[in-house]
Design a binder for this molecule. Structure first.
Ligand code: UDP
Length: 240
């Protein structure tokens, strides 16, 4: 690898980010640490960092093939990926195809109801506030993103949802919902950043509706590592 890893810039719940000798690139390290419910529940999922790094890299590469620009530059090793330096837009962009999780509670409906159209939500990425749900008017009025950037993010999120739904369907998985984060490149372009993994997606087996994602950790369902590995193996099997 040509670039040298320099000082740590940031440590989040699931990843660390390092500066590198190339000003335009960061190194991301995926950790085994897991948190849920705004940090109230903490634990370790053995081998999670490796799986999430690999799954994210596979999905980013697949999205790139379909014309979505991502921050991925190179898969480096089991727990590291080299990424483009971006400034993260402080929004969590959530796409929902099936009712689950916080939406089920908010609207008083059962998990598992297939939505006739995809719901897109924004949360303000702020741990102290517990990532409150906001809409595009909040986002623009608070200066989190411009109207043009929000339009771009929405268009990309729907396209990403279409691509990922199909990919996971081939792996006999239902993409229930997922969270995306976008970044601004130094020249102002909005590209897909962060990760796409069983930590950030709800994935159910198509036939049995078995949960193969972080809900196994959140809800103490057991076999968390096994579920993450199952997702990886299924994606490998369909050629990702
Ligand atoms: N999600 C995430 N990070 C967050 C919040 C949500 O990756 O900080 C993902 C979550 O895994 C799920 C989707 O976004 O796939 C929708 O989550 P929801 O709003 O239902 O919240 P949750 O029930 O996970 O608290």
């Amino acid at each position: 690898m040509a670039v040298e890893v320099l000082e740590q810039l940031y440590e989040g719940k699931a990843k660390k980010v390092f500066k590198t000798s190339d000003d335009s690139l960061y190194m991301v390290e995926y950790k085994d640490d897991a948190t849920a419910f705004n940090g109230e529940k903490r634990g370790t999922i053995e081998g999670k960092g490796v799986i999430n790094n690999k799954v994210s890299a596979m999905l980013f590469q697949e999205l790139e093939k379909h014309g979505i620009e991502t921050h991925l530059v190179e898969f480096v090793d089991d727990t590291h990926m080299l990424v483009k330096r971006v400034e993260i837009v402080p929004l969590e962009v959530i796409c929902r195809n099936v009712i689950a999780g916080s939406l089920a509670k908010r609207v008083g409906k059962e998990e598992g109801i297939v939505l006739p159209k995809t719901i897109l939500e924004f949360s303000y990425k702020n741990d102290d506030l517990g990532d409150p749900m906001i809409n595009r008017y909040h986002a623009t009025a608070l200066g989190l993103a411009t109207d043009e950037e929000i339009d771009d993010i929405i268009a990309q999120a729907f396209k990403i949802n279409d691509i990922l739904k199909e990919v996971f369907a081939k792996a006999n998985l239902v993409l229930v919902d997922f969270k995306l984060e976008f970044g601004r490149t130094p020249d102002g372009k909005i590209i897909l950043a962060d990760e796409i993994s069983p930590d950030t997606c709800r994935l159910w087996d198509k036939d049995t509706h078995e949960k193969l994602d972080k809900d196994r950790f959140r809800r103490d369902l057991g076999d968390v590592e096994e579920a993450y590995i199952e997702v990886y193996n299924r994606l490998k099997k369909i050629g990702l």
